[in-house]
Design a protein around this ligand. Structure first.
Ligand SMILES: *Cc1c(COP(=O)(O)O)cnc(C)c1O
Length: 374
């Protein structure tokens, strides 16, 4: 079955009782037990599992071609569950430009239990050099990365990891399973902030981990999910399942619009550089072409006249809302360095764009009038 079909059907079932075509939201926290002590519905208590969460986990598993999935209350909670599953003292290798919220989580909250090396993931030799024998347990990939859209070679990194039994998890939030399939490229786990493209409408927080194999590590992750309770509410699961139904269609629209905006900005005299893996001028273009079926809806660009120009453009746009986050149907723009705070390594002349699904000519017209302000 193709992704478009899975997205619509794998998270939904007609209700056995009412025959409602769309699965109802089950708010009950507890489920009836039979006289013999069994639970005929297969559910006991909502922290352990719930029909809506099960539906969400099923569609996540099927979309990724994995064996199982855990849904979490946020993307960061998904990352935290994996970090918690590692033995104390384990060493983790992650990209220097890892999503800043997860970077802060691992560097601040897990600083007493995990060792962490941040390296440049476009440099395979640097990753190899960072490996500490018997101690490095996890390599964390994020590609394309945030906000510079750096592309790292998933196949090459996974083959390095396989030599020494290191687990690879890929944060696939930007690409989605529609454009990039980390499990097929060699990763063990895939992580998502479903807050972004899966939900797709900027109105529900969530995260997910999908595993290639239901092994001992996975059992530990499942335990952390259900025992620590960082689970999404039934309503949030319902909203995410609803969003996922149109994910493949939306992703094609995001990529179509982003490619055109990237090409437009690339030729603009006021623009210094465009970071979009679908441009042949992008440093990771060839690798992106080898591991992605399209290049996604995220791009960044810098202005020749620096931070003042960047802020002026952001302030002059009418259709693009200035806000953080990404993956919704509406276009967003943000001055990324000021969002990331004092530790940022992002250029101050950079604007990050989450390209939405508005009509492309309207978006380009808006960019044109804002750049003309300079
Ligand atoms: C947003 C995001 C996260 C964190 O997800 P939350 O749902 O905000 O907790 C992780 N990785 C990437 C790439 C993201 O964009």
């Amino acid at each position: 079955m193709k992704l478009d079909t899975i997205a619509i059907h794998a998270g939904n079932s007609t209700d056995a009782y009412s025959k409602a075509v769309i699965q109802p939201i089950t708010l009950s926290t507890t489920f009836e037990r039979s006289d013999d002590g069994s639970y005929p519905g297969g559910f006991t208590y909502t922290r352990a599992s719930n029909p809506n969460r099960q539906a969400l986990e099923n569609v996540l598993t099927q979309l990724e071609g994995g064996e199982d999935a855990c849904a979490f209350s946020s993307g960061n909670a998904a990352g935290a569950a994996l970090f918690q599953s590692l033995e104390p003292g384990s060493h983790v290798i992650a990209p220097g430009d890892m999503y800043h919220g997860l970077k802060a989580l691992i560097a601040e909250v897990f600083s007493n239990t995990l060792q962490i090396s941040f390296v440049d993931f476009t440099n395979i030799e640097a990753i190899k050099k960072a490996i500490i024998p018997y101690t490095t347990k996890l390599i964390w990939i994020e590609t394309p990365s945030n906000p510079l859209l750096k592309v790292s070679d998933i196949r090459a990194i996974c083959s390095v990891a396989k030599e020494t039994d290191i687990i690879v998890c890929c944060d696939n939030t930007f690409a989605s399973p529609v454009f990039q399939r980390p499990l097929e490229l060699g990763a063990d786990l895939v992580m998502y902030s479903t807050t972004k493209y899966f939900g797709g409408h900027s109105d529900v927080l969530g995260g997910g981990l999908i595993t290639k194999e239901s092994n001992a590590l996975w059992e530990k992750i499942r335990n952390i999910q259900t025992l620590s309770g960082s689970v999404p509410a039934p309503f949030d699961c319902y909203m995410t399942v609803r969003g996922i139904k149109t994910l493949p269609h939306r992703m094609r629209g995001h990529a179509f619009n982003a490619q055109r905006i990237a090409e437009y900005l690339h030729l603009h005299s006021k623009v210094e550089h465009v970071f979009y893996p679908g441009l042949p001028s992008h440093a990771g273009y060839e690798i992106a072409r080898s591991q992605m079926s399209a290049f996604g809806g995220m791009l960044s660009f810098t202005l020749k006249d620096g931070e003042t120009a960047a802020r002026k453009v952001a302030n002059s746009l009418k259709l693009f809302t200035q806000a953080t986050s990404l993956g919704g149907v509406e276009s967003l723009i943000e001055h990324r360095a000021s969002v990331e705070g004092p530790q940022t390594t992002t250029p101050f002349s950079l604007l990050r764009v989450s390209v939405g699904l508005e009509f492309i000519d309207d978006l380009i017209e808006d960019l044109e009038q804002a750049l003309n302000f300079l």
